[in-house]
Ligand binder design. Structure first.
Ligand code: ADP
Ligand code: TZD
Length: 557
């Protein structure tokens, strides 16, 4: 008889299922698990805070189509990670959060254990699924179930609770029962009648539009999607994380004519995009009240969530789009010329107006001319990954920085969450080996700023650019009592570049467009960790960026 234990079985089960990387923070009871994983050849990336580690695991899931793995300690470490687990679930990213947990006999009678928490109950509300392994002989089954649930159907976050006692349990290797899951996300073909109905509706449309969401990027059906767009001639609008699925410079891109496209489209094909707040719930006045929606989604429960779905196409995006393309011979579609011309003309006018703002050499810098400099440098690095968070920093960056490759842009996503920036950047660098630029608002940066030490420790080619206007949204609010900083105010004189110098990275402070361009070019060329603190006008920016109207208003103040 050969003996093994829970620690070895977890690592063996992860390796058997091709898990290559674990993101986490160690402590009781999982430190030896991380050590063992690393010794076995799994890459272990140790963070300073579990939220950032979890966001990295989620981003790894989106980028690789395989669940990213987060490892946390019990109690507070678990809770720190759960923000990321919930965010992954909301964004439909596959991830597995493995949480070590305390003694069940003590936790369940609330006897006051070290880091006591009923983690399974807490995770259930915020994850696609929450599971617990109670016996070492179930480790293979537990890991297979977690990976399967995370990756199949609509992807999401799965919590897997492993009590300390299970890690320590010994058993005969013959009783281990590990297995490798086969075909983690099996194809799901659409109903042929739905495909025909969708093609008929699109063929009859006067002003059709294809909206590509991050589900389309995740699905890795890049060639099929390009085929559908180009063979039909229908204009497309990429959601922010679908940018690059077709290059932003593509002649059919309606991105720079977004308002016109939404307001006038009569038939809309949604591909892996939900009609949620990011698309104004599909409602007037942003959309035509008569617009008809065809929706491609793996989750049939998504249909009719905000507007009537004229044609629901349930299936995986690759299979559905292939079926639509196959049907084009029998249902030819040719997008009306005048609709395309209207969008092209609006794009030309908007692009010209934008170009002037991007190239303006004003000091102090504004969001637009700062992004103008960033755009010019990134033009030389099409393979670079772009991470973007903040309010104005996000709104402007999303519109201005073009992407030419799929799955190269990561941002605040469906929840509009701050704190994803450095975790996402680390995952992009670790998973791809390509250069990464994270463009951060100064407030947004603070949520995960300590991870610059992680970036330096692993020597990652990440450049963090902080658009520093000295506040949440902007830095010029005055406290009416004159006694303390106003709620939105941060320190406009902060020199964040000193932070990275403490860990051996390169720090730059810039206050003009040409200095920003020079610093970013130097940082990118170095391939080393860098941080550029970019001094912006404290008056630059709008409260809540594009979301000003979401702030509730009571009596006039
Ligand atoms: P965006 O924010 O870019 O508009 P969303 O996150 O709102 O995108 O929408 C993504 C949608 O894609 C989700 O409804 C999800 O169920 C769906 N989805 C994810 N993966 C697939 C897939 N492989 N096939 C079909 N639909 C998918
Ligand atoms: N906390 C979390 C986790 N997510 C949030 N979205 C917020 C708080 C509220 N919030 C926003 O919605 S944007 C933002 C906060 C704090 C930061 C905006 O300031 P910034 O960006 O400096 O990052 P800009 O570019 O100056 O607007």
């Amino acid at each position: 008889m050969t003996e093994t234990d829970g620690f070895h079985l977890v690592v063996d089960a992860l390796r058997l299922n091709d898990v290559e990387t674990i993101y986490g923070v160690v402590g009781i009871p999982i430190t030896d698990l991380a050590r063992l994983a690393q010794a076995s050849g799994i890459r272990y990336i140790g963070f300073r805070h579990e939220s950032a580690a979890g966001h990295a695991a989620a981003a790894a899931g989106f980028l690789t189509q395989k669940p990213g793995v987060l490892l946390t300690v019990s109690g507070p470490g678990f809770l720190n990670g759960m923000v990321a687990l919930a965010n992954a679930t909301v964004n439909c990213f596959p991830m597995v959060h493995i949480g070590g947990s305390s003694d069940r006999a003590l936790v369940d009678l609330q006897r006051g254990d070290y880091e006591e928490l009923d983690q399974l109950a807490a995770a259930k509300q915020h994850a696609k699924a929450a599971l617990r392994i109670n016996r070492a002989e179930d480790i293979g089954r537990g890991i297979a179930r977690a990976l399967r649930i995370a990756a199949s159907g609509r992807p999401g976050g799965v919590y897997l609770d492993i009590p300390a006692a299970v890690l320590a349990q010994t058993l005969d290797t013959a009783d281990a029962g590990l297995w490798k899951i086969t075909d983690p996300a099996p194809r799901q073909l659409p109903a042929p009648a739905g495909v025909s109905a969708a093609l008929d509706l699109l063929a009859a449309a006067q002003r059709p539009l294809i909206v590509l969401g991050k589900g389309a990027a995740y699905a890795r059906a890049d060639d099929s999607i390009r085929g559908l767009v180009e063979r039909t001639g229908i204009p497309f609008l990429p959601m922010s994380m679908a940018k690059g699925l077709l290059p932003d410079g593509h002649p059919q891109s309606a991105a720079a004519a977004r308002s016109l496209a939404l307001k006038n489209a009569d038939v809309v094909l949604l591909v892996g995009a939900r009609l949620n707040w990011l698309l104004a719930h599909g409602a007037a006045p942003q959309w035509s009240p008569d617009a008809q929606f065809i929706q491609v989604d793996i989750d049939p429960g998504e249909f009719d969530s905000n507007q009537p779905t004229a044609v629901p196409l349930a299936g995986d995006i690759g299979s559905v789009v292939d079926a639509l393309v196959d049907g084009l011979d029998d249902h030819p579609i040719c997008c009306p010329r005048d609709w395309r011309d209207r969008l092209t003309e609006r794009t030309r006018v908007n692009d010209a107006a934008m170009a002037a703002r991007l190239s303006a050499d004003v000091v102090p810098m504004q969001f637009h001319n700062a992004f103008g400099a960033i755009k010019e440098v990134l033009a030389g690095y099409p393979q670079a990954y772009v991470v973007n968070e903040g309010a104005n920093t996000l709104d402007v960056g999303r519109n201005v920085v073009p992407m030419s490759l799929p799955r190269h842009r990561l941002d605040c996503g469906t929840w509009g969450v701050m704190g994803v920036g450095l975790g996402y950047a680390i995952a992009a660098a670790v998973e791809s080996g390509q250069p990464v630029v994270a463009v951060e608002g100064d407030s947004a940066f603070g949520f995960s700023g300590m991870e610059i030490e992680t970036i330096c420790r692993y020597g990652l080619a990440v450049t963090v650019v902080i658009l520093n206007n000295g506040g949440v949204y902007r830095g010029d609010e005055l406290d009416p009592t004159g006694s303390a900083p106003a709620p939105t105010v941060l320190d406009a004189r902060a020199h964040h570049e000193h932070l990275i110098r403490a860990f051996g990275g390169a720090g730059y402070h810039v206050s003009t467009r040409s200095e920003l361009k020079g610093a970013l070019a130097e940082a990118m060329a170095s391939g080393r960790p860098a941080l550029i603190d970019c001094e912006l006008d404290i008056h630059a920016g709008t409260e809540s960026g594009h979301l000003t109207d979401l702030n509730p208003k009571g009596l006039p103040r």
